[in-house]
Design a protein. Structure first.
Length: 286
């Protein structure tokens, strides 16, 4: 059985809620959009760990900030949870070459590169706009670089979807996948194993000191705007002057210029700015 926490809010405040969720719920959530409201669902094991209890407390506090918010707690059999994910996670074509799908789907390849992701509690199934923006731009950026031994950092790796996509599109790349959440690290390991790319993906809770000296060719970060600002100095430290590219998302499109100004003070230059629905994307160069 799973404990299901359901938070329903009006569309007017959904983007504010989701911004806060990026800060407090690193393990991800289920998202459902209806005519006038948005539903966020969180799944917890019945034997709550300390971090689960802390997240539940945060969610209750968040719900009290909005008059229109509705909260529901329920129990759901594991089998029902898996059925829900199967319904909400169909195969997804992204960019020119990628096909994201769960393990239970065959999926017509049509020449596309399969990225197999089990939709567990870690963020990143490919269906969220920010993940799609990152994947589309990765597909475009890595085209023609299949034989280059790129060094790539995926900061806040979640399910590992971006790291795995890099490994599949660029077999010579070496990827460091970093996340502070243990669930995310486990999910990344399991998904990398499913995709047979464990030899390319190194998984860690932080960037090891020995990795900092080697620098990276590409840094990926699909996290909240506060985290992107907090990590900017570290990203600068990990770049090769004039050579490293950054792909950033996880922020609202109206915050794009503010984030760019923050990074421009560190010497980063804008290569591309893009948006999908209410979410923004930036590609920068050191």
């Amino acid at each position: 059985m799973y404990l299901v926490f359901t938070l329903t809010v009006s569309k007017e405040v959904a983007h504010l809620v989701e911004e806060e969720l990026y800060s407090i719920a690193s393990s991800g959530w289920e998202y459902e959009e209806r005519d006038f409201e948005v539903i966020f669902r969180f799944y917890f094991p019945l034997n709550l760990e300390k971090k689960d209890s802390a997240l539940l407390e945060h969610l209750h506090l968040l719900s009290q900030k909005y008059d229109t918010a509705k909260v529901e707690l329920s129990l759901q059999p594991k089998e029902r949870w898996e059925e829900i994910w199967k319904y909400n996670f169909p195969p997804l074509k992204v960019g020119k070459r990628l096909l994201v799908l769960p393990p239970w789907e065959e999926g017509e390849e049509g020449g596309r590169v399969k990225v197999i992701i089990y939709p567990g509690q870690a963020f990143g199934t490919g269906h969220h706009a920010t993940t799609q923006l990152m994947l589309e731009n990765l597909d475009e950026f890595l085209e023609g670089k299949e034989t280059k031994p790129l060094r790539v950092l995926d900061m806040g790796c979640g399910s590992g979807i971006l790291a795995i996509a890099v490994a599949k599109l660029c077999p010579m790349a070496g990827i460091l996948a970093v996340d502070i959440d243990e669930i995310a690290l486990s999910a990344t390991y399991e998904n990398a194993e499913r995709n047979n790319v464990l030899s390319q993906v190194k998984i860690a809770k932080e960037v090891p000191e020995e990795e900092k000296d080697k620098k990276f060719d590409l840094i990926l970060a699909n996290i909240g705007s506060k985290e992107l600002k907090a990590l900017s100095s570290l990203f600068k430290e990990l770049t090769k002057p004039g050579e490293t590219y950054l792909m950033l998302s996880g922020f609202f499109k109206e915050d794009t210029e503010e984030i760019f100004r923050h990074y421009s003070k560190l010497g980063f230059k804008k290569v591309k700015s893009q948006s999908l629905r209410e979410w923004g994307f930036l590609m920068l160069r050191s």
